[in-house]
Write a protein that binds this ligand. Structure first.
Ligand code: CP
Length: 290
């Protein structure tokens, strides 16, 4: 069986750091393995641009052969179950299966029944391990370390698998992590701070997308009201520390959680995060199929 990656909370801090270090080597073009005898299946049951296609690019860079999946044209439409769909792909004999699914911890029903390495591309509001790895890689490139850095994660915390994954792993690596945003998006179990004060004192300001598609009801405020109250406006950006950076897992609602012109401002690392996604996914694939 391949080495699966379901959550980062399963991994010791040393292993997380070693995956990031490996990704940083790949970023410099060093020691890239050739997996031309290996096959990856990308099973995205939920929409994705960055995770799906950066896994695809990572697989291509490793020389792997790649099978993509179109749920709309599959036998899911004949009531085939999620489990039987994954088990079907596994029976074709791939080395890795990348999965995104809307159900939290979908992987629990697969554990022990699938031969390929299962690499979690996001489960519901639970985990997004490769997003957190690319976030950490971006932070390490910027600051050279994690210990003692402060990160505010702001916005739609309750629907965000990125927030849940980053909060746990960043604290484990010695960072101070606080959350901010409207009460209806926050969680009591996560440390909270006033947004304006957190923006002024953080090294990393991580904004989250308002996930309209996961809301049971519409927000009781307009996009403009949300931006003024909880978004990273041009005025708030001016209060950030000199060396502080802006991150966002994307896709971004420009002008809602983030002022449009901040998306590519000198502090923004949003497209850098996306580039790093290819290298951390190469490292996770290598760990999975070796
Ligand atoms: N950040 C992220 O997971 O983006 P996608 O939903 O486009 O994969």
């Amino acid at each position: 069986m391949g080495k699966s990656l379901f959550t980062l909370s399963d991994l010791p801090a040393e292993e997380i750091v070693s995956i990031i270090d490996r990704a940083m080597m790949f970023c410099q073009g060093i020691d890239i393995p050739n997996f031309s005898d290996k096959i990856a299946c990308n099973l995205f049951f939920e929409p994705s641009t960055r995770t799906q296609y950066s896994f695809n690019v990572a697989e291509v860079r490793l020389g792997m052969r790649v099978i993509s999946f179109n749920p709309a044209a599959s036998s899911l439409n004949k009531a085939e179950s999620f489990y039987d769909t994954v088990k079907t792909f596994d029976s074709f004999g791939p080395d890795a299966i990348v999965i995104r699914h809307s159900e939290n911890e979908y992987y629990k029903q697969l554990e022990g029944y699938i031969n390929a390495a299962i690499l979690n591309g996001g489960d519901g509001t639970g985990n997004h391990p490769t997003q957190s790895l690319l976030d950490l890689m971006t932070i390490k490139q910027e600051f050279g370390h994690f210990e003692g850095l402060k990160c505010v994660i702001a916005g739609d915390i309750s629907h965000s698998r990125v927030a849940h994954t980053d909060y746990e792993v960043m604290r484990r690596l010695g960072m101070e992590v606080v959350t901010a945003g409207p009460d209806f998006f926050l969680e009591d179990s996560l440390k909270q701070e006033d947004f304006d004060s957190a923006v002024k004192t953080s090294d990393i300001v991580m904004m989250l997308r308002v996930q309209h598609e996961r809301h049971a009801s519409h927000m009781a405020m307009t996009a403009e009201e949300y931006h003024r109250a909880y978004g990273l406006t041009l005025e708030r950006e001016k209060t950030m520390k000199d060396k502080a950076i802006i991150m966002h897992p994307a896709p971004v609602n420009r002008g809602v959680e983030l002022a449009d012109s901040l998306m590519e401002c000198p502090r923004a690392r949003i497209f850098k995060q996306m580039s790093n996604g290819v290298f951390v996914r190469m490292a996770v694939l290598e760990r999975g199929v070796l």
